[in-house]
Write a protein that binds this ligand. Structure first.
Ligand code: SF4
Length: 344
């Protein structure tokens, strides 16, 4: 539904965004922490993409998604929609952004009006965005949208949200998106509260949306297995920083950053039905305050830490094509490997 269509410009972009919060606690630890720390990402619709933002609890995933959705302003940096700061859009541009950047939340129950039957939830979308010319066309559109997300209209129409399972409620949210056909979906832990049986079905619908309707998804998850199932690109967040990014198959087969390596070691198997049972144990690391940010966030737990890691923030090194790692050790290994291959 975009009227802004320069394909060389990302539909949605975070440009070096940081979000700081004040901390409480002992005087020694009082200050500010960066929940999101100088993160940049770009989402395009042509070709459509799936980008998974993976991180543990407290990594800044939800704060970043809230900034992308315009729900919280960044402390510094910008969120751009077709190259324009989302807080400086005019009325028409803002309406366009609101249609084309759509959220899916972890628990859809909270956003349903419990007194509205499901067809009314979808009818409101049609009415608000003037998607149908008549009642009968609206009815047909609702049925088509429900079928598109693998729900049988007769099973759902006439029912209230509390009469549906969690998986059905999430799919009604996807039916709402099917009606709107946004450019970007920002899905924040959308499958963490639904049954294993429908988790794969939900992921397949996102893949269908990409392939059939050019809808890109930023998939935010703590579960590396579901991210791998979706494929595409991955960004690994650790304490608000992107520590590794690139093609997901490549990152999973040859993780470069020591934090990613620990995450992968904690996954029982790459299967979307498996939960990420073990953590890389970030709880044992004290989160750096912003005034001590000139170092690697993982330095106190890293088996490869070098003096430079406590003295400088590692920049984003290109390790190989379509794989980047904010790690001095990864960069050193990549440079040595490249030199060795040249000698051979
Ligand atoms: Fe470890 Fe240093 Fe790399 Fe940080 S920059 S992950 S401390 S080797």
């Amino acid at each position: 539904m975009s009227t802004l269509s320069d394909q060389s410009v990302p539909v949605l972009q975070a440009r070096n965004v940081t979000k700081e919060f004040a901390t409480s606690g002992s005087a020694l630890r009082r200050g500010h922490i960066a929940a999101v720390d100088q993160v940049s990402l770009s989402l395009y619709d042509r070709p459509p993409q799936i980008v998974s933002l993976v991180g543990e609890s407290g990594s800044g995933k939800t704060t970043l998604s809230r900034m992308l959705l315009g729900l919280t302003p960044p402390t510094s940096g910008e969120v751009l929609y077709h190259g324009k700061n989302i807080f400086e859009l005019n009325r028409e541009e803002f309406r366009n952004y609101r249609i084309n950047v759509q959220p899916v939340f972890q628990d859809p129950y909270g956003i349903y009006n419990p007194f509205y039957r499901i067809e009314r939830v979808l009818q409101l979308v049609i009415d608000n965005f003037k998607l149908a010319k008549s009642r009968s066309q609206a009815h047909d559109m609702i049925e088509e949208a429900l079928r598109a997300v693998d729900l049988r209209p007769n099973d759902v129409i006439g029912r209230y949200p509390h009469q549906l399972s969690g998986g059905e409620r999430q799919r009604v949210m996807l039916a709402r998106l099917y009606l709107l056909k946004p450019k970007i979906i920002i899905a924040d832990e959308p499958v963490s509260m639904i049954d294993v049986a429908v988790r794969t079905l939900f992921l397949n619908i996102l893949l269908d949306f990409r392939d059939k309707y050019n809808i890109s998804t930023l998939f935010i998850t703590h579960n590396l297995s579901t991210a791998h199932y979706l494929g595409g690109q991955i960004m690994v967040l650790c304490f608000g920083r992107v520590v590794e990014s690139g093609d997901i198959d490549q990152v999973i087969q040859r993780p470069s950053h020591p934090y990613t390596q620990q995450l992968l070691a904690a996954v029982p198997s790459i299967d979307p039905d498996n939960r990420w049972t073990t953590k890389a144990n970030l709880e044992s690391i004290e989160r750096p305050l912003t005034h001590e940010a000139g170092k690697c966030v993982f330095v106190s737990r890293c088996p490869y830490a070098m003096p430079i890691c406590s003295q400088q923030r590692p920049p984003d090194f290109t390790i190989r094509e379509n794989q980047h790692s904010a790690c001095f050790f990864s960069e050193k290994i990549a440079v040595e490997a490249a030199a060795a291959s040249e000698v051979r």
